[in-house]
Design a protein around this ligand. Structure first.
Ligand SMILES: NC(=O)c1ccc[n+]([C@@H]2O[C@H](COP(=O)([O-])OP(=O)(O)OC[C@H]3O[C@@H](n4cnc5c(N)ncnc54)[C@H](O)[C@@H]3O)[C@@H](O)[C@H]2O)c1
Length: 248
């Protein structure tokens, strides 16, 4: 039980990586506040330590309510895990609409601002906390046609590093994970419009991983767990590549 009675807020908790993270952290004894705009998978998990919030995390009031209600329920907020995000279909820059750009930036970056700002308020008061944000190895090693997504994930990493230096004096750690291609529903959403997603998954994504396999949600959940624990107590401002070597 590496997180016995620690309280962790997880965004994107109904998604591939998010749901696996929720299950892993519950097994380690944590109280989980699971947030997503869809909750159909989460509601199937029956656990007295699981609280579910269904709603859009771009709604500032909704985000504020999640944090304030959590502090009524539990004495502290020990961790925030940001996994919520959206993909981009591989598209040449000249075909990307302003709406698509704005939507990606809102979900992959503005949402981080909203959740991290709330977390910082509470974690500064309690003088402790750990924030883990899922960015992407594509921020370091981009692919053609994913310019909007890559920019949003590069922003997520820079934002996390900026918070890491700002909140260090408050004993709040802020780290990023860069997953390689991971076998979730999102992976097929990176496929170009005219391409076959199964062929792309094998020929482009799987073959791009030096260790020869796609990542699994469990690979990511285990790295999130590590960054939340005391074993990582001197790690902040880091970007951990969990990518089977894709970033080399
Ligand atoms: N799958 C991959 O290959 C891969 C690789 C690198 C990075 N990532 C990143 O990992 C994270 C998790 O990805 P995943 O593969 O689990 O994807 P996923 O699509 O399975 O999960 C994303 C979750 O975010 C939620 N979400 C999106 N917008 C929301 C909003 N406005 N409010 C609340 N919830 C919202 C979705 O409902 C979904 O449950 C994402 O940030 C993604 O960009 C994924």
């Amino acid at each position: 039980m590496r997180l016995q009675n620690k309280t962790i807020i997880v965004t994107g908790a109904n998604g591939g990586m998010g749901l696996e993270t929720v299950k892993t952290l519950l097994q380690e004894g944590a109280n989980i506040i699971a947030c997503d705009i869809n909750t159909n998978q989460l509601v199937m998990l029956e656990n007295s330590k699981l609280t579910i919030y269904d709603g859009n995390l771009l709604d500032e009031t909704h985000v504020q309510n999640i944090f304030s209600k959590t502090t009524e329920q539990y004495p502290k907020i020990d961790g925030l895990v940001n996994t919520a995000g959206i993909a981009q279909r591989a598209t040449p820059i000249d075909d990307v609409s302003l709406d698509e750009w704005n939507k990606t930036m809102e979900i992959n970056m503005t949402m981080l601002f909203l959740t991290c700002r709330e977390a910082a308020k509470y974690m500064k008061k309690q003088q402790s906390g750990s924030i883990v944000t899922i960015a992407s190895i594509s921020a370091v090693r981009p692919r053609p046609g994913l310019q909007t997504y890559v920019a949003s994930k590069g922003g997520a990493e820079s934002f996390s590093r900026a918070l890491a230096i700002e909140l260090a004096e408050n004993n709040v750690r802020v780290n990023t994970i860069h997953p390689g291609p991971c076998d979730t529903n999102m992976l097929q959403q990176f496929t170009a419009k005219e391409a076959d997603s199964e062929v792309t998954k094998e020929e482009v994504f799987r073959k791009s991983v030096p260790l020869g396999k796609l990542l699994t949600p469990s690979d990511i959940a285990q790295s999130i767990l590590f960054l939340l624990t005391e074993e990582a107590s001197m790690i902040t401002g880091a970007a951990l590549n969990v990518d089977g070597g894709r970033g080399i």
